[in-house]
Write a protein that binds this ligand. Structure first.
Ligand code: AHM
Ligand code: MG
Length: 333
């Protein structure tokens, strides 16, 4: 059987009118960068890429060497192709302009170059998340305001998970499609067609060391899950927490469940823990495209109008029935 590559898949999408040539180029370039990140991640200690970089990012978090390497790879891969008006990264405070020597295009690219970076040094899965927007108006001089569009305006979103295999999962607004990196060939192969998140689930993901800080609706919801068969839910639930959003969401996208990093007293002053524009929005688009749902507990994530590039937001996403239940508990309260 002939295996379909990412390139073939994208050309077919372009022919079907589902994406422009520039968007195809953009996704191919991101995929190429992801391969380079995958190589660095998998070499680990052999390449001297583990440990702290000795700097802080805009969030005041210590950067790992691999955070910096992954960020540089994505910026260098994307700045010269002529498909972008500007970029924005979790690791960079301001927007990343396209150098003057290169032509500009009509898209804006946002990314978290290495999500879950606390897992790097312990050899647990990490990932890359990206979101694509159109540049509004005059794309010659984009500003931070050009990026402040709701998740509903995303034209594409995706992530790569660097696990036992490297997988790229993406949407251009017509379903969710997964590709596995064939390391010998150096190409992404189309392995997961039209991914759907199961509606019902027996699994949840939350960092329960924060339980005492949660709001009452989340405490109620999780308590009911933990009561299991004898409680109101009448069935046992299982819990998994990788602490890499990409890995946790990938598991849930694959076999169902609910992922929560809800509002809590620890992160209230910052607005939540996870970042809206390059973590929550792209993952929310993938979840909705896969038939799931994504809310803050109170409203749809993708309906939010961002106020700041590095804005944070509470996140509840996954199987539709569970997300609706826990969102309902918030609205009751
Ligand atoms: P990062 O982008 O700095 O790596 O932080 C985001 C990560 C998510 O991947 C993960 O869901 C969460 O932070 C884990 O947080 P905690 O360590 O509180 O469990
Ligand atoms: Mg990160």
């Amino acid at each position: 059987m002939q295996r379909k590559t990412l390139t073939q898949f994208l050309i077919e999408q372009q022919r079907a009118g589902d994406m422009t040539a520039d968007l195809r180029l953009l996704i191919e370039v991101v995929a190429r960068a992801v391969k380079a990140i995958s190589v660095n991640v998998s070499k680990g200690a052999l390449a001297g890429v583990l440990g702290e970089a000795g700097s802080d990012n805009i969030q005041g978090e210590a950067q790992k060497k691999l955070d910096v390497i992954a960020n540089d790879i994505l910026i260098q891969a994307n700045e010269w192709g002529g498909h972008l008006a500007a970029m924005a990264s979790e690791e960079v405070e301001t927007i990343q302009a396209i150098p003057r020597d290169y032509p500009k295009g009509g898209y804006l690219l946002l990314f978290d170059p290495l999500d879950g970076s606390s897992n790097i040094d312990v050899n647990v899965s990490v990932g890359t998340i990206f979101s694509v927007l159109r540049c509004p108006g005059d794309c010659q001089t984009p500003t931070e305001a050009s990026f402040l569009q709701p998740g509903d305006d995303q034209v594409a979103a995706g992530y790569a998970v660097y696990g036992p295999s490297t997988q790229l999962v993406l949407t251009v607004g017509r379903g969710v499609h997964g590709f596995t990196l064939d390391r010998e060939m150096g190409s992404f192969i189309y392995t997961h067609a039209d991914m759907k998140v199961p509606e019902h689930t027996q699994e949840y993901a939350i960092n329960s060391s924060n339980a005492r800080h949660w709001e009452a609706p989340v405490q109620r919801y999780v308590a009911e899950l933990q009561e299991g068969k004898t409680g109101v839910r009448g069935k046992d639930f299982n819990m998994r927490w990788v602490a890499s959003m990409v890995a946790d969401v990938h598991r849930i996208l694959t076999r169902g469940g609910v992922f929560m990093y809800p509002m809590d007293e620890k992160s209230r002053s910052k607005g939540g823990k996870l970042r809206l524009m390059y973590e929550a929005n792209p993952m929310a688009m993938l979840m909705e495209q896969a038939g799931g749902a994504a809310t803050t507990g109170r409203e749809r994530i993708m309906g939010l109008k961002p106020e700041k590039l590095h804005q944070r937001v509470p996140v509840i996403m996954g199987s539709r029935n569970e997300v609706e239940r826990v969102t309902g508990y918030h609205n009751d309260a």
